[in-house]
Design a binder for this molecule. Structure first.
Ligand code: SF4
Length: 334
């Protein structure tokens, strides 16, 4: 498998590309950050080097692009032939967010998620995570925010995830503030503790789905190992360190987690936490029996939340029509 030049230390890049001087690697790195991946176009390199380096600097290739009004989804072929997806989301003004994958497939098997049906194929390497961002920026707009909500459980690929985040944050490279980077987890408690130890002002989102242990265990295998009590303890310690609001993603499944009792359980879970509940009406996935709640059902549930002073927002999924919305990433391309 070919290693990506993205995220490589300059010394490593010198060895990989047969350079004698560090400045040559620096020229390549500066070009890569700007999205120039064809060596023949790196005009600050000597003619000899440009002629010698004939391959494209990227290890991934875009094989499919789908667009909707607010989202563009790319399918990328990795150097071993596997496929991964990433999405550029727009807020309709001037803010663009890259939704990146951390794994090909996912081992967590959440019952409402298409990626979960694939199983885990493998972890992505640091460079493969960064290349998704570069492909999305090559679409033509500057991307200011990153969310790790694509394929995979990011905290299960901790070292590559953190290496990629360091590169995104590095002032000499992508210069994206930690505060603009969100890691979304299904509730992998050891990963949340590890994240706490790093003491970085990254944002955390947790896919809660329901605050009822029994229902959650039925939908999300992770809850059988790390039930809500343990998850809450981890979130409290994260919040103590980072003093930051956490987002709890609440995928709304019609007649499953939208009742009065569900709102009450949610209230109890939230006590002692500073969290925003992000309601996401489930995005239909072929072959799954869940239903998207009706507008009336959503209204009734939000009334219950209001009665309990729960902070919430509703995410009308961007990219649903191109299967680029939350829980819908799983490639159909062979
Ligand atoms: S919701 Fe997230 S953690 Fe669960 S299966 Fe899907 S990608 Fe994996």
């Amino acid at each position: 498998m070919r290693k990506s030049l993205y995220g490589m230390k300059l010394e490593e890049m010198m060895e990989e590309l047969g350079f004698e001087k560090k400045f040559q690697a620096r020229i390549v790195r500066d070009n890569l950050i700007k999205g120039v991946t064809d060596f023949s176009k790196m005009t600050s390199l000597s003619k000899k080097d440009r002629e010698r380096l004939t391959r494209d600097a990227m290890t991934t290739t875009v094989i499919e692009k789908q667009e909707s009004e607010s989202a563009v989804k790319l399918a990328l072929r990795l150097s071993d032939g596997l496929i991964v997806e990433c999405v550029r989301l727009s807020d309709g003004k001037d803010r663009y967010t890259a939704c990146l994958s951390s794994q090909v497939g996912c081992a967590m098997g959440c019952a409402f998620c298409k990626t979960g049906t694939m199983g885990l194929k493998r972890n992505l390497e640091e460079g493969e995570i960064i290349e998704q961002f570069v492909h999305l920026e090559k679409l033509g707009e500057k991307i200011s925010h990153i969310v790790f909500m694509g394929m995979g459980e990011p905290l299960n690929n901790f070292s590559s995830l953190m290496e990629a985040i360091q590169t995104f944050h590095d002032r000499e490279q992508f210069d994206i503030s930690y505060r603009k980077i969100t890691i979304s987890t299904s509730g992998y408690v050891p990963g949340i503790h590890k994240l706490c130890e790093l003491e970085l002002p990254l944002k955390l989102a947790v896919s809660l789905v329901t605050a009822d242990d029994e229902k959650r265990s039925r939908l999300m295998r992770i809850n059988r190992t790390y039930p809500l009590g343990e998850l809450k303890k981890a979130l409290i310690s994260f919040q103590r360190r980072e003093n930051k609001r956490i987002t709890l993603e609440y995928c709304m499944l019609s007649s499953y987690n939208t009742g009065e009792e569900d709102a009450e359980k949610l209230r109890k879970f939230l006590s002692g936490l500073d969290a925003l509940v992000n309601l996401i009406p489930w995005n239909p996935i072929e072959g799954m029996d869940f239903k998207t709640p009706t507008d009336e059902e959503i209204r009734a549930f939000t009334n219950e939340l209001r009665k309990r002073n729960i902070n919430y927002s509703i995410r009308r999924s961007k990219g649903r029509d191109i299967s680029g919305a939350c829980g819908q990433l799983a490639s159909n391309i062979e």
